[in-house]
Design a protein around this ligand. Sequence first.
Ligand code: PHB
Length: 396
Amino acid sequence: MPSSRRLVLSRSAALIGAASTGLLLPEIVRAQGAKIRVGLMLPYTGTFAQLGVAIENGVRMAINEQGGKLGGREIEWFKVDDESDPSKGVENASKLVQRDKVDVLIGTVHSGVQMGIQKVARDSGVLSLIPNAGVHAATRALCAPNVFRTSFTNSQPTLALGKAMMDRGHKKAVWITWKYAAGDEAFEGFKESYTKAGGTIIKELGLPFPNVEFQSLLTEIAALKPDAVACFFAGGGAAKFMRDYAAAGLKGKIPLYGSGFLTEGVLDAAGPAADGVITTMHYSDSLDTPRNKKFRLDYAKAFKAQPDVYAVQGYDTGLLLVQGANAVKGDLGAKPALYKAMEGAVIDSPRGKWTMSKAHNPVQDMYLRVVENKENKVLGVAAKALSDSGAGCKMG
Ligand code: PHB
């Protein structure tokens, strides 16, 4: 099948000739009737593999709710496993944009890989929807009219964490993370919120992504005896961190906190080691709203799995794309109208309604949650309508 773009290009000469014969309109209608090419660039292997699957499920669920179409047009899917490998980010994004000629690129999870996508999106102008990766630059200094994020910035969840820890009387904390953009920027949010609330960070610990040899760092934490530990980990590595934390004898002695990714999608794998872990996040399984309950039931039915924050972010990416595509009746080439619709969208998400900031990042509530019986239970709202600063964003 030729792509809509190829169809338009290969027929452009014929169209010029046809203009005088009255054939132009049917030709254009046919070109617009071609399938919309949707590219998924996600991790399907490695420590973030299950995050990629949950995101894809969510995207497909939102579009299936529209009969599997976007703005009335059928879809052709293209998939690339980005392996959470930043060194292949540009190459993999280029495969989708140059080779597969996608109309929209949905991806990805890892902040380093996202920087590759951002470059390709800025150079090509292709519509780029970020369903997870929180790297600040994508909606700050390197923001772009064709790039929209449906998830968070890396410092958003941890900006809500510091006060919650101080409220519980933890005045001295150790921070630990994978040393790459996501961990470093999560630390920025934690440092700002915790020190502002009067806390002291006595040590910053780190290891390279996706390393999971936590033992020597846990020994160091035991020796430092902080009031609490705060961290950023996600996916398979997060489950192992919580198990190792318990096995090292720290659970029950030094309370463990984190941005909520720590306990997303891993509660079966972590088992009792996750009980009592307190986190801040823009979603919680137990949100007691009809919207969330219906979402969770429908997702479980469709995919025989429990949804997590990644599934919600994928679903919201689909909702955003549906709203945009409907506004332009499936003509994703109508960029000003498409962007305007997406900028003004109110996303009726399982996490609660959210809107787009000027820099194209969600303005959203952050919940305080605790793990109980393999569920993230809501303790309250830790920050209301939290917006990223969008510092340095100038839409070109
Ligand atoms: C990121 O690299 O931006 C990232 C990865 C996994 C998460 C959150 C952020 O759960």
